[in-house]
Design a protein. Structure first.
Lengths: 431, 338
């Protein structure tokens, strides 16, 4: 065969090479125009190419997108982001100690879930991805509950049926996280369509990574959202990496992810995902538009996955080890902290005290969660419960199988064999 | 000859075929630069180039559809779906397109696509990293379905699959990647190194699609199984102290009815074992075939040992997994029946 003419995307840097983020187009803080929420998608097409930013490098809030939040609210945001980070760090360590089988951190991306959840109303329905644990933190789900899910213990909201981090919270209006990518995107549109059909003013919001935007479900979501002008906010968290594939493998080489919106007739807004104020403001804009029957918005949150994809991943195999240090949009927690310091409403001492308080809180939560059982130490959930909830009412074949398992467990108990087994093995690979 | 685990054997099979046939292209999510989340394609992009070993967007439907297009245009695509649990977005492309292309065009178009995908449980992967959906694919006419249980068969069957003119879904039982597994999670993991089937030729060879293998000859009862459960069945047979003939089905479509039924006609008893759920699982097809072909030789009802008819539950993995205890019980009941 002749020489291949196929184009194959290349990330700017591989291990051992110098990190290079020159491909990330960045607007000056305060420079992007804030249009009226009733503007048509076509009129505001440039919002998909520019980058909405509020905070500058000195912690100043600039320009028309400044949401002018009260200092107390900013401090709450800082607290939620810090708590999310400390929770992540603790769970990662617990995975390394074999206490849980798997974990995924959101380090460096905390502003996405935290600022967005804060900009929405409690009645709005959230369709999370697996890296938006901050949504649960903002809505007030207790860390003990999240930890118990990761431990698959007797207080696990999923009753042992899901891997760690696949949370849900029905009364908190947060949908179930799926291990299958992008499935929640068009589901959120359906939820929003139902809200519109019922004449309610609740809106839906969904999140996925830029990598998952390659799935057909992404396109189903945008098509349905555009056709029915559904009151939904569709968020693409562009954290540059989908396991080992850089964002070019999702189509990011040729056009921003936000620019896909106008292709469907939906406004696309590109925002500095590490700028708490900008993320808040853009979400607020999209929510106001959706609530006023202005239809959907596609938001691209530009951020960086500072951590590994999961505890099964080793990013040093495919990207420069210190790449995160070169990330031009900084750390969302440091940036909001700098802003608060500049306002004079914060101090290094208070920050340190907050960190200590939250760390102690995480420790206390973990201690409590452990009392409800771990993978290796009881108390355990009754394995016979695995047959429940397959259907609303248990069919006969499952009743027979449950009876068979009961006999097997009794037989093992008589033989002295452990009724519960765990081998501490962890997942070798993860998608 | 070299000692290989299953990952290395699959890697070697891909390497051999990339080297022999310029039409072979290997691709999937994280397959190229990274070498796959299970390392099955490690080093292949470096050796064969980024135009033969490609990373893809995260879009399983797109991966299989592109594979069909490449196959129609003269290539031999080997597509990886990172976990069998993620294959469903590609289901339409596989069922409605890949499987039927030859039939609907009266042979004018076809796509010789190989789909590699890790399956099965035992790795604490929960419901999105543990499924065994092989039965779903055996129900589709026009695709072959295979599942090796050891490194030698993995490489030989993979080469056969790539060389086959028809599409093949190649299931890789991920619990076996690094060693045989006898069903007891409390024992330390055993590597492949001491297993006879870890002797793998470096170069080209094939294991034919459509041939089962008798892994343990016996006279009293036939155990039909495949994948991880071959090793679990071997362990159960030792525990039960029965002279069982264990057959590794290896190829579900096409099925080696002769080898399977010759054995059951000889032993008069049959236990079928698979990880997948029971209802409409591939065991139902095996059971029906055995009943049709061996009815007058059967001394006892055919027994099936399978996963329960629930999604794969993360916390109850070892109560869900059809381990030696359940196989021993089934062997006992089949042996007792008169």
């Amino acid at each position: 065969m002749r020489q291949s003419r196929l184009h194959v995307p290349h990330p700017p840097a591989r291990p051992g090479e110098k990190p290079d983020f020159s491909y990330v187009q960045i607007s000056a803080p305060g420079a992007v125009v804030r249009p009226d929420t009733r503007a048509s998608a076509l009129e505001i097409e440039q919002l998909g190419s520019e980058m909405v930013r509020v905070l500058d490098d000195q912690g100043q809030a600039l320009g028309p997108w400044n949401p002018h939040l009260e200092s107390e609210e900013l401090q709450v945001g800082l607290r939620h982001m810090l708590l999310t980070r400390l929770f992540d760090d603790r769970m990662q360590r617990m995975q390394r100690q074999g206490r849980i089988s798997f974990y995924m951190k959101s380090t460096g991306e905390e502003a996405v879930a935290v600022a967005q959840a804060m900009a929405l109303r409690p009645g709005d329905m959230l369709f999370p991805s697996y890296r938006t644990q901050g949504l649960f933190v903002v809505r007030g789900k207790s860390l003990v509950d999240l930890m118990c899910q990761c431990l698959s213990n007797t207080h696990d909201m999923c009753r042992g049926r899901q891997m760690p981090i696949m949370y849900h919270w029905a009364t908190g209006n947060i949908f179930s996280i799926s291990g299958n990518l992008a499935t929640q995107f068009p589901q959120a549109v359906g939820w929003a369509m139902a809200a519109a059909i019922k004449g309610e003013d609740h809106i839906a919001a969904a999140w996925l990574g830029e990598g998952a935007s390659a799935e057909a479900d992404f396109h189903h979501a945008l098509t349905f959202a555009a056709v029915y002008q559904a009151p939904v906010i569709l968020n693409v968290v562009n954290n540059q990496w989908a396991i080992s594939s850089f964002q070019g493998f999702a189509g990011g080489e040729h056009r921003t992810f936000a620019r896909r919106g106008p292709g469907y007739g939906i406004p696309g807004v590109r925002v500095d995902g590490n700028d708490f104020l900008a993320v808040y403001a853009v979400t607020q804009w999209a929510a106001e538009r959706a609530r006023a029957s202005g239809g959907p918005t596609l938001i691209e949150l530009v951020t960086y996955r500072a951590a590994a994809h999961s505890t099964s991943d080793d990013p040093s195999r495919y990207r420069p080890k210190e790449e995160w240090r070169a990330w031009p949009l900084g750390d969302p927690i440091e940036r909001l902290k700098a802003h608060l310091l500049r306002l004079g409403d914060w101090s290094e001492e208070r920050h340190k005290a907050l960190e200590q308080e939250l760390d102690q809180h995480v420790t206390a939560c973990w201690k409590e969660a452990m009392t409800y059982g771990t993978l290796t130490e009881g108390p355990w959930l009754d394995p016979l419960t695995m047959f429940e909830d397959v259907f609303h009412e248990m069919p006969a074949n499952l009743e027979r199988q449950r009876a068979e398992l009961r006999r097997l467990i009794e037989q093992r108990a008589e033989g002295g064999a452990p009724a519960h087994a765990a081998d501490g093995r962890t997942l070798a690979g993860e998608g | 000859m070299a000692r290989m685990n299953m990952v290395q054997a699959i890697n070697s099979g891909l390497d051999v075929m990339l080297g022999r046939d310029p039409r072979v292209v290997v691709f999937g999510e994280d397959v190229g630069y990274f070498g796959g989340v299970f390392r099955c394609t490690d080093g292949l992009q470096r050796k064969h180039g980024e135009h033969r070993v490609l990373d893809t967007p995260i879009a399983e439907g797109g991966i299989i559809a592109a594979a069909i297009g490449m196959g129609v245009n003269g290539l031999k695509p080997v597509a990886e779906i990172q976990f069998a649990d993620y294959i469903y977005p590609a289901f339409d492309q596989i069922v409605s397109e890949l499987a039927r292309l030859r039939y609907r065009t009266a042979g004018d178009f076809s796509a010789p696509v190989t789909i590699r995908t890790p399956c099965g449980g035992g790795i604490r992967g929960g419901q999105t990293h543990s499924q065994s959906p092989e039965g779903v694919f055996t129900h589709v006419c026009g695709i072959k379905v295979v599942m090796p249980s050891n490194p030698y068969d993995a490489k030989g069957l993979l080469i056969s699959a790539i060389e086959d003119d028809d599409p093949v879904v190649f299931f890789e039982p991920k619990r076996l990647y690094n060693g045989p597994f006898d069903g007891d999670p409390h024992k330390p993991a055993v590597p492949w190194s001491t297993h006879p089937k870890a002797e793998v030729p470096d170069g080209h060879y094939t294991v034919p699609i459509g041939k089962a293998e008798i892994v343990r000859p016996g006279t009293e009862v036939t155990v039909l199984t495949y994948g991880t459960m071959v090793h679990v069945a071997e362990s159960a047979v030792r525990l039960a102290q029965v002279d069982a003939e264990i057959i590794d089905v290896r190829s579900m479509v096409p099925l080696d009815v002769d080898t399977l039924c010759r054995s059951v006609c000889k032993t008069g008893r049959c236990v079928i074992v698979h990880e997948a759920t029971r209802f409409s699982g591939f065991g139902a097809e095996l059971s029906a075939t055995v009943q049709e072909e061996c009815f007058w030789h059967l001394e006892a009802p055919i027994a099936r040992v399978t996963g329960w008819d629930t999604p794969y539950p993360h916390a109850f993995e070892w109560d869900y997994f059809p381990g030696p205890q359940r196989i021993v019980a089934a062997l006992g009941s089949v042996m007792e029946a008169k």
